[in-house]
Design a protein. Structure first.
Length: 150
């Protein structure tokens, strides 16, 4: 997993509208790049809605937001539409970006171990370095957690 001070990988991914996004698209801004397990699940919906609802405050503080999961473009379109999300979602179906940021790994739930996306939020500084890593994401207060830790 990437740590504070590391150079962020210049990601390239396709969002729910089929647009290619890269780190350069956000140069000069702080970027909240958050990795989440699955569209339309309770925790992921709570996290996305917290970021949606806190967007005015995040933008005022100089942040842009991008979500990433391994779900398809079509799944992201449905999720974004249903939740009225106001930021792009990257469909990393091949898990290249997820793995580059170290957000893929062993997870445990209900006594079983499996591989999956580790819910993690990275704040990338305007110069492209990792400024903040949130490993224990408070899904219901994700926006506040970012703003309070800056």
């Amino acid at each position: 997993m990437l740590n504070i001070g590391d150079k962020a990988p210049d990601f390239l991914g396709v969002d729910e509208e089929g647009r290619q996004l890269s780190l350069n698209d956000f140069s000069g801004k702080r970027l909240v790049l958050y990795f989440y397990p699955k569209d339309s699940t309770p925790g992921c919906t709570a996290e996305a809605c917290s970021l949606r609802d806190g967007m005015d405050e995040l933008v005022a503080a100089g942040y842009s937001v991008v979500g990433v999961s391994a779900d398809s473009v079509a799944s992201h379109q449905r999720f974004k539409g249903k939740q009225a999300l106001n930021f792009p979602l990257i469909a990393d179906t091949e898990k290249k970006l997820i793995e580059a940021y170290g957000a893929w790994g062993e997870k445990k739930m209900a006594g079983r171990t499996y591989m999956g996306i580790i819910r993690t939020t990275f704040v990338i500084a305007p110069d492209g370095t990792i400024e903040q890593v949130i490993k224990k994401v408070d899904t219901k207060n994700a926006a506040r957690q970012i703003l309070d830790n800056k």
